[in-house]
Design a protein around this ligand. Structure first.
Ligand code: C2E
Ligand code: MG
Ligand code: MG
Ligand code: MG
Length: 275
């Protein structure tokens, strides 16, 4: 009996692995196709200034049109297959073009955050594309924010630090995303050139409560003592917003204010906003 079960487990495991490979191949093909047929779409999620409760910036979030799959799933596959370089460049080009469009429409554009994955950053071609597009369309660099993750900083190498410095010298804002999900050694905050920190949803879910207000207050206090600005991500209710106000957080991003929206709705929102 035990032997039989062992066999079954082995068989089941194999089938599961095959399914995973099939799924990965399927998504990979979907990504290649989406690049080829321009089937990606960028949604924008507003980020609010906590004091004024007005829009301070947006985060660009990638989607595949008519395909209900989270970037949390397809971005890691894009990274493994190296497609992230082309996909990332597509995102950069399209965000810059959108900013240009808003400027031409006379809209008071806010800075836009673009997520840059580790592999894309290390590859480095994004920097030339970004510079080329910024120059071509005469985009003020303070409208561009790049979100990087801790993974990039684990290898404390000069290349990364140098690239980040170059970006900052251009006037681009650097944001450390997903803070609180990895090792979050606070020591690197003292030597990496970043401007803002984003507290991850998981951290906020855990600590953004009355009973643990001291913990989250200390985390924010520490970040602020390094002269960095703090955004809290994944905020879904008013209670959390009130706590964040009390403890000196700078920006809020979450469903409590808005989900990611398409650029048409955003254009309307911005036009209304400027009246
Ligand atoms: P992220 O950069 O941490 O982005 C924030 C994620 O939290 C987004 O998920 C956003 O929709 C979601 N979110 C914001 N507020 C709330 C909330 O109140 N409740 C809940 N439940 N979720 C909230 P999304 O759009 O699914 O993206 C997932 C991840 O995929 C991103 O996490 C980012 O790591 C990656 N990603 C998305 N677009 C790109 C891209 O263009 N390039 C790269 N390299 N990665 C991207
Ligand atoms: Mg992000
Ligand atoms: Mg994040
Ligand atoms: Mg996240």
């Amino acid at each position: 009996e035990a032997k039989g079960r062992g066999k079954n487990t082995y068989f089941y495991f194999n089938v599961k692995m095959q399914d995973a490979i099939k799924e990965r191949t399927y998504i990979e093909n979907k990504l290649i196709e989406s690049l080829k047929y321009n089937n990606f779409e960028i949604l924008y999620q507003p980020i609010y200034d906590i004091k004024t409760e007005k829009i301070a910036s947006f985060e660009a979030l990638l989607r595949i049109k008519d395909f209900n799959i989270s970037p949390a799933k397809f971005i890691p596959i894009a990274e493994k297959s190296n497609l992230i370089v082309d996909i990332g460049n597509w995102v950069i080009k399209n965000v810059v073009l959108k900013i240009k469009e808003w400027i031409d429409l006379g809209i008071d554009v806010k800075p836009v955050s673009i997520n840059i994955s580790v592999k894309q950053f290390v590859d480095g071609t994004f920097l030339n594309i970004l510079k080329e597009y910024i120059n071509k369309f005469n985009i003020p660099t303070n409208l561009i924010q790049l979100e990087i993750t801790e993974g990039l900083l684990l290898e404390k190498n000069d290349y990364t630090i140098q690239k980040l410095k170059t970006l900052k010298e251009l006037g681009i804002t650097i944001i450390l995303d997903d803070f609180g999900t990895g090792y979050s050694s606070l020591s690197y905050l003292t030597y990496i050139p970043v401007d803002k920190i984003k507290l991850d949803k998981s951290l906020n879910d855990k600590f953004l409560k009355r009973e643990s207000i001291e913990t989250i207050k200390n985390i924010i206090g520490l970040i602020k003592s390094l002269n960095l600005l703090v955004t809290a991500e994944g905020i879904e209710n008013r209670e959390q917003v009130e706590i964040l106000k009390e403890i000196g957080c700078d920006y809020v991003q979450g469903y409590v204010y808005s989900k990611p929206i398409d650029s048409e709705r955003l254009s309307i929102l911005l036009k209304e906003y400027n009246k």
